[in-house]
Write a protein that binds this ligand. Structure first.
Ligand code: RIB
Length: 303
């Protein structure tokens, strides 16, 4: 049976500038081309979950503008329940400006807009949806108090909470970490949160111990092309990534989390297989341009 996944998070229109290399300070460069795509960490995670066949609901906000309309339409096209997305007149829909280099590396600047207005009231209205879910997923492009409110409802109903601590923030409230069941930082985010620099297996284990010490039962540290490290139930292992040629890494991490939330059994008993599935999904994402357009469906992942 398909998992029920609730994502509380950001919705952005991505403005993608295709360039050879990043400009140096003071340098002016010409764009090779420009494109737009649906994006936002939360929305990417929801699309990844839905395309992996999870029954997916979204809690968030967009502006009362053409970008907001476009994003609602795109999310509905992926069968995502948008009834908990509020349209607000006082802010524009979130946007991201992505400098995409020929190498596939990106640099992202985002304008939070309506995303910054997500509150615990949005969560109050979605309480029943959270209570009926299997997984509640969040990240940091929307305000942390709303994430805490969502995780409180999830914890009270015994639902599994997944925290993707991105974009990196220095001080995550302990309250949120204590309500987290699975944390999925990348190496940089993990160092910022734990103070432990990841250089080898020992430092991965020390980082995991740091999160376990806060009461987080499952730690997944993503390592880009080196795969991921998981620590759960007293066992840990590094799972390799699939070797592919990346054309655009945008939404690779988001795809991993969304696909994982769809594939993972709520008792986490299939954690190894679910991570292999999520890695496969994200290796497909990096081979295509754009966030929404590159996120694969379940059939493609299984192929
Ligand atoms: O994680 C990738 C996402 O980060 C992009 O889609 C962009 O919108 C930014 O939020």
């Amino acid at each position: 049976m398909a998992n029920k996944v609730v994502v509380i998070g950001s919705i952005n229109v991505d403005n993608i500038m295709h360039i050879d290399n990043l400009p140096q300070p003071g340098e002016t460069i010409k764009m090779n081309s420009f494109s737009k795509a649906g994006g936002g960490k939360g929305a990417n995670q929801a699309v990844a979950a839905a395309r992996s066949q999870a029954e997916t609901s979204f809690i968030g906000r967009v502006g009362d503008d053409s970008n907001g309309k476009m994003m609602l339409k795109l999310l509905k096209e992926d069968n995502i329940d948008t009834k908990h997305i509020t349209v607000v007149p006082q802010a524009d829909t979130g946007q991201a400006y992505i400098l995409l280099q020929k190498s596939g590396q990106n640099s992202i600047i985002y304008q939070a807009g309506a995303n910054s207005l997500v509150t615990s009231e949005d969560v109050d209205q979605a309480q029943e949806t959270i209570q009926k879910s299997d997984f509640v997923v969040t990240e940091f492009e929307t305000p942390i108090p709303a994430a805490i409110a969502a995780f409180e409802v999830a914890r009270a109903a015994n639902k599994v909470t997944i925290l993707n601590p991105a974009p990196a923030v220095k001080k995550i409230p302990e309250e949120l970490l204590k309500l987290t069941d699975i944390i999925t930082p990348n190496e940089t985010e993990s160092e910022l949160i734990s103070g432990i620099k990841i250089t080898d297996e020992q430092s991965l284990k020390e980082s995991a111990a740091f999160y376990h010490g806060l009461g987080i039962s499952c730690v997944i540290i993503t390592l880009g092309s080196k795969g991921s490290f998981v620590s759960h139930n007293g066992q840990s292992e590094q799972i390799s990534a699939f070797k592919v040629k990346a054309v655009d890494t945008t939404a690779a991490g988001d795809t991993f989390i969304g696909a994982l939330s769809s594939e993972l059994d709520p008792d986490l008993s299939n954690i190894h297989d679910a991570i292999v599935y999520a890695s496969q999904a994200s290796s497909l994402t990096v081979q295509k341009l754009g966030a929404f357009p590159s996120i694969p469906k379940r059939e493609a992942v299984l192929e």
